[in-house]
Design a protein around this ligand. Structure first.
Ligand SMILES: Nc1ncnc2c1ncn2[C@@H]1O[C@H](COP(=O)(O)OP(=O)(O)OP(=O)(O)O)[C@@H](O)[C@H]1O
Length: 213
């Protein structure tokens, strides 16, 4: 589904990724691991079309992202950001309805939002509070619910279990695994979580700018 070809990426003073090659298939869950600052988020930003490529290419279903409308591409991607990127003064339901609206979802958006929030164990009372009044872990689960609400082919998640306790982490890991194995999505997670790494079908490690499977 997604192929990274010879990707090299530099910030102003340093090269973070060097000649990276990787493939990502539907129906699989991927873990990208590596030390803090090794370039995991940078790679995820490139793969999800949030950062522009410098050297190398990324192919989505065989087509180069360089020749694609990145807005259209991003509509096919569900993204869970490290910092959640929720709109704090809106409720969880409103956040998801807004995302579905932008995606052009045609069904009952509110019902879909509630269904997704139930999947990540957000209570009905929490669904109607402002996101700013919810805990970090609850916000993380809402961000995951928002990413999986749209029928995206690829789910990118940056530390999806980063703010969660062991039990809730397991719930999210199982959810992401089911998206890959039962719904045939391509799930790509940046993680430090050993449990997630264990369950992933493929693990890529970034070290000194290089990617190893
Ligand atoms: N906008 C930027 N400008 C310059 N350097 C940056 C920028 N963003 C990230 N970097 C640097 O690039 C390197 C890789 O950052 P990146 O966020 O990809 O790492 P990471 O592996 O995701 O780290 P962490 O596990 O701590 O989140 C780091 O050394 C970081 O300081």
């Amino acid at each position: 589904m997604l192929t990274a070809k010879n990707i090299t990426f530099k910030y102003l003073y340093s090269e973070v990724l060097t000649d990276i090659n990787a493939t990502f298939e539907s129906g699989n869950m991927y873990a990208i691991i590596g030390k803090s600052g090794s370039g995991k988020t940078t790679l995820l930003s490139l793969l999800s079309g949030l950062s522009s490529l410098q050297d190398g290419d990324i192919l989505f279903e065989g087509q180069s992202l360089k020749n694609m409308n990145l807005r259209q591409y991003r509509k096919k991607c569900g993204i869970v950001f490290q910092s959640f990127n929720l709109i704090n003064y809106l409720t969880p339901i409103q956040n998801i309805v807004l995302a579905l609206d932008i995606q052009g979802y045609r069904g009952n958006k509110k019902r879909k939002a509630k269904e997704m929030l139930e999947k990540v164990d957000i209570t009905h009372e929490q669904m109607t509070r402002k996101c700013a009044e919810l805990s970090g872990g609850q916000q993380q689960r809402i961000a995951i619910a928002r990413a999986i609400a749209s029928d995206d082919k690829i789910i990118f998640a940056d530390e999806p279990t980063g703010s969660l306790d062991t039990e809730t982490s397991q719930l999210i890991i199982d959810l992401l695994k089911d998206l890959a194995h039962q719904e045939q999505k391509c799930v790509i997670c940046v993680t430090h979580d050993l449990e997630l790494e264990k369950i992933a079908d493929v693990t890529y490690r970034i070290s000194n700018g290089k990617l190893y499977e």
